[in-house]
Design a protein around this ligand. Structure first.
Ligand SMILES: Cc1ncc(C[n+]2csc(CCOP(=O)(O)OP(=O)(O)O)c2C)c(N)n1
Ligand SMILES: [Mg+2]
Length: 616
């Protein structure tokens, strides 16, 4: 069949499907993009000729920024529990390098996205072309090489014959639960347009089976022995619980054996927030309940977690643990902290462990009861933090949380960077396991609105509440225009505290005097300490096509949210907050302090550092 490389690529992508637990879906739901001379004649022409409208071979979505479109793709893939993904097409040069941050975010969070950057002519006859990086040491270099270290699979299609095997490898990585992330196929602009006689079978419908690898019996037996020795176990539920949809099994296991469940950012919602054994967030942004238990647990059962420094409080939290048992589909994570590794799908492994332990073991009753009591105490703390008349951030989150719990078709809260992720982790009552979406692997400012758009594309029945700080908003708000274009309705709560509350507090704590963390005019002293910036973010949101409501107190915030939920158009609720911290557990985070200039802070830092354990 004679087609161009780009036409063959588009046709191939439109025919790939995934299957898990007997349910089939389209693997590549659509293609986000921005055209330039590096992709318009190839991929652009192919999408136009194959049909790019909704419901066609590969629906095309025009985005506003290439980094943002990767965030949208990632938001989609995460909400779809990695069972389906998006492709992203860019031109060469800046369009391609704009995707590097999105690619890093995808790979760090282990979320599949297919990147199709244009590349310089393979023939090189017209070099240097517009936007080409010339490397005097090698004609083989292009800016797309920047995508190599942040991709799980990377290839450049210099000849049509290379396409079929590259496509098969790309689909394998997109659907591999252990080894997924950004997949990059760099497409030289001349090769995209080149015709070739393809074998018909390249375009056959293919189903990619997403497996549930079962634990090896001997590994399972070792894990059972480690668990049987424990009296005070704690489960740390991570994103793997979510992607494997292991919630039912997790609940059954926790209840049968009396094991409390703490949650990472990616795992939040693993148990219903009001379950007696749901002790909530664990780690630096953890609840007093989960972190007290984490400090005393003799065994940590990590399920689908990569143990980031936030989860382990920079390796100071699990101070009494004699052992770790790690269930993870990725061996890399399963082996962390010298654990007893169980390399398997979370659901399959939890079910196997549940069965193997029957009648043989249960956590100490005192421990289970204590966990239940601490979880109840924390629920009271949350109720207290949510109450109040001043619009502190916890009060704002409480009011948004009320609206989310009441949303008829369900809800998702979306956030990524600033001071809100920590507050959300500790406080948010997630109504179901797919209702919490905080990107905290890369914690990338600017993910919120773009990612929220992807979430809504994956879960149109749910009310999507995007929480975005003023700093993040100023970095990347333009996808509001894309949401308006697509008729995709988001409720965006824009929380303005005139700068970086998070980094401002951190700055003060490390002796950096909050330098450069407040949005202020340059003042008479020469510092950024003058008047408030004359910037109107609500007007900005309106200019991008959103409906905008301003809230000034709890009553008007409730009313604005009710209106936003009723609305069919993307609505921005603008709210200014006053300072007011959320309660915390005191768990540490390792951020180095200057060894000269701030002796008292440095001394406290060195003291805290002494609690750090390698967990070996
Ligand atoms: C792309 C990017 N640049 C820098 C940072 C470092 N950083 C983390 S939070 C933050 C400030 C965020 O400000 P805002 O969105 O207003 O949230 P706030 O801290 O005020 O809650 C910065 C600069 C980051 N996470 N991402
Ligand atoms: Mg801010």
């Amino acid at each position: 069949m004679r087609l161009t490389v780009a036409q063959a690529l588009v046709r191939f992508l439109s025919r790939q499907r995934t299957e898990r637990d007997g349910v089939e879906r389209r693997l590549v739901q659509g293609c986000l993009g921005i055209f330039g001379h590096g992709n318009v004649a190839g991929i652009g022409q192919a999408l136009a000729s194959e049909g790019a409208g909704t419901g066609s071979a590969l629906p095309y979505y025009l985005a506003r920024n290439e980094q943002a479109m990767v965030h949208t793709a990632v938001g989609y893939a995460r909400q779809a529990n990695r069972l389906s993904a998006f492709a992203c097409t860019s031109s060469i040069g800046p369009g391609a390098t704009n995707m590097v941050t999105g690619a890093a975010l995808a790979t760090i969070n282990r979320l599949p996205v297919l990147l199709l950057p244009g590349d310089i002519f393979a023939t090189r006859v017209a070099s240097p072309v517009l936007q080409e990086l010339e490397d005097p040491r090698s004609y083989d270099a292009s800016v797309n090489d920047c995508l190599k270290p942040v991709s799980r699979f990377w290839d450049r299609i210099n000849r049509p014959e290379q396409l079929p095997s590259a496509l098969l490898a790309a689909m394998r990585v997109l659907t591999d639960p252990a080894d997924t992330g950004a997949v990059t196929l760099a497409l030289p602009q001349d090769v995209q347009a080149e015709a070739y006689d393809w074998p018909e079978e390249l375009f056959a419908e293919r189903v990619w089976h997403i497996g549930r690898p079962v634990p090896e019996p001997a590994a399972l037996a070792r894990a059972v022995r480690a668990i049987e020795r424990s009296r005070r176990p704690l489960i740390v539920a991570g994103g793997g619980v979510r992607y494997s949809e292991a919630w039912e099994g997790l609940r059954a296991f926790a209840e049968r054996y009396g094991v409390p469940v703490g949650e990472t950012q990616a795992g939040k919602g693993a148990l219903p927030h009001d379950h007696p054994l749901a002790v909530g967030a664990v780690g630096h942004t953890g609840t007093a309940a989960a972190d007290a238990l984490a400090r005393e647990a003799d065994l940590v059962i990590g399920i689908g977690t990569r143990y980031s420094d936030f989860t382990t409080a920079s390796r100071t939290l699990f101070g009494a643990a004699d052992a770790f048992v790690n269930v993870n589909v990725a061996a890399f994570d399963a082996y962390k902290h010298a654990a007893v590794p169980v390399v398997a799908d979370a659901r399959a492994a939890i079910e196997a462990l549940e069965e193997a332990l029957r009648g043989r073991w249960r956590a100490d009753d005192d421990w289970t009861e204590r966990a239940t009591r601490l979880a109840g105490d924390w629920r009271d703390v949350v109720a207290g933090a949510y109450a109040g008349e001043a619009l502190t951030q916890p009060v704002v989150l409480g009011i948004v949380n009320e609206a989310a719990l009441a949303a008829a078709g369900g809800s998702v809260v979306v956030n990524a960077a600033g001071s809100m992720p920590g507050d959300l982790h500790k406080l948010w009552r997630a109504p179901d396991p797919e209702a919490y979406h905080v990107e905290y692997g890369y914690s990338c400012m600017g993910y919120e609105i773009a990612g929220g758009l992807g979430v809504k594309l994956a879960a149109p029945e749910r009310e999507v509440f995007v929480l975005v700080g003023d700093g993040s908003y100023l970095m990347m708000a333009q996808e509001i225009a894309t949401a308006v274009q697509e008729g995709v309705k988001l409720t965006i709560v824009l929380v303005d505290n005139q700068g970086f509350a998070s980094i401002g507090n951190l700055s003060e704590s490390v002796g950096a005097r909050r330098l450069g963390t407040a949005y202020r005019l340059r003042g008479g002293s020469g510092d950024l300490d003058g008047d408030r910036l004359p910037v109107d973010l609500a007007a900005n949101a309106a200019s991008l096509g959103a409906d905008v409501l301003r809230a000034t107190d709890p009553g008007s915030l409730r009313a604005a949210l009710a209106k936003a939920v009723e609305a069919t158009r993307t609505t921005v609720v603008y709210v200014e907050t006053v300072p007011g911290a959320a309660p915390d557990s005191g768990a540490w985070w390792d951020v180095p302090v200057a060894e000269e200039g701030v002796p008292e802070i440095r001394e406290r830092y060195e003291e805290a550092k002494r609690a750090q354990r390698p967990y070996l």
